[in-house]
Design a protein around this ligand. Structure first.
Ligand SMILES: Nc1ncnc2c1ncn2[C@@H]1O[C@H](COP(=O)(O)OP(=O)(O)OP(=O)(O)O)[C@@H](O)[C@H]1O
Ligand SMILES: [Mg+2]
Length: 251
């Protein structure tokens, strides 16, 4: 079987500027991949390309063996600025229900949609605020609802744009563990982050956007002081503890 995501020498142009080029990589089914790179390097642009919202300007991009197309129900998406996309006034349960795909799983009843929405909210630990409006939640709680909406259609590919940005350490860990469980069940997960540390227990590799090129490396290659220092333009240290943990941090 071929990879869920396959890029061959892909590049993307916005306006008159090439955001990145030479994107050549395959992500295997069930892998958990980080997308890293400085602000403006084209991480969100990569996700939008996989969603069929932006065409590659050269090369080829395949998602499940076909060029990306809008509205692919096999993909769940958590946008970078979720509330900008959906507005604030909607009840969480109703929002999550919007993510239920009626076509893929046969005809749905309102009761089964509601049950699916409640199950997705419970999976991300957001059941307690199912009846609240998005405007009544904290940033981290909103982030959980966004993930629930992306999960409720039972996607085979999950694209998340900085889902950890508003979360405290405990909540980061819970979301990361959830992503790890999904990938262990065969869901291919791609997650934009600025800090690799929280993902390390589950991470298979990373797409890194460096010097205008899109590279891919397995985790052992990417968690490298020289590479991360170059990538972020500030000194990064990699520390291996006796337990085998890895930390990257400013020196
Ligand atoms: N519509 C547009 N027209 C022209 N350039 C754009 C457009 N949208 C984004 N860009 C530029 O494309 C580049 C990549 O943007 P993108 O949002 O993908 O970056 P990013 O890596 O997600 O950054 P961040 O970490 O800040 O979220 C940026 O330099 C941005 O200024
Ligand atoms: Mg972005």
């Amino acid at each position: 079987m071929t990879a869920p995501i396959e890029l061959r020498d892909a590049s993307v142009v916005l306006g008159d500027r090439t955001v990145w080029s030479h994107g050549t990589f395959e992500l295997p089914e069930g892998s958990l991949t980080a997308v890293i790179g400085p602000n403006g390097s084209g991480k969100t642009t990569l996700l939008k390309m996989l969603l069929g919202l932006l065409p590659p300007s050269s090369g080829s991009v395949q998602v499940f063996d076909a060029p990306p197309e809008r509205g692919n129900t096999r993909i769940g998406y958590v946008p970078q600025h979720y509330t900008d996309h959906v507005g604030n006034a909607v009840r969480c349960r109703d929002l999550v229900r919007l993510g239920v795909s009626g076509t893929r799983w046969g005809l749905r009843t309102r009761a089964s949609e509601r049950a699916d929405a409640d199950a997705a909210l419970a999976a991300v630990g957001a059941a307690d605020y199912a009846d609240r409006r998005l405007s009544q939640l904290s940033g981290g709680q909103q982030q959980r609802v966004a993930i629930a909406q992306a999960l409720v259609g039972r996607p085979d590919l999950l694209l998340l744009d900085e889902p950890l940005a508003n979360l405290d350490l405990r909540n980061q860990r819970e979301v990361v563990d959830l992503l790890g469980q999904l990938s262990a069940h065969g869901v291919t997960v791609m997650v934009v982050v600025h800090d690799l540390n929280p993902l390390l227990p589950h991470l298979d590799g990373a797409v890194y956007l460096l010097d205008g090129h899109a590279h891919y490396g397995p985790v052992a290659e990417v968690v490298d002081a020289e590479l991360l220092t170059h990538l972020y333009g500030t000194q990064v240290k990699v520390v291996r503890t006796a337990q085998g943990d890895l930390f990257t941090r400013g020196a």
